[in-house]
Design a protein. Structure first.
Length: 71
């Protein structure tokens, strides 16, 4: 079974985190993005959806499906 490409790429943004968590505050989402990067030891400011899901113990396929329809 071939997977569909994730619309917008595999990098998760603070805006995506805002959608996932349902918060209205972009600053909270930015802090969560940075917290996740720091916690997993990322030097880059880029964070993949898979890394985010692994850290927060979220179902990767569920998040991909959600982002596919909400990006």
């Amino acid at each position: 079974m071939e997977r569909e490409k994730l619309k917008g790429g595999i990098i998760i943004t603070p805006r995506d985190i805002q959608l996932i968590t349902g918060t209205d505050c972009i600053r909270s989402a930015q802090r969560e993005h940075k917290l996740t990067r720091d916690a997993i030891g990322k030097k880059s400011k880029k964070l993949s959806v898979k890394e985010y899901c692994a850290y927060w113990e979220l179902d990767y396929l569920e998040i991909i499906d959600f982002l596919q329809w909400n990006r």
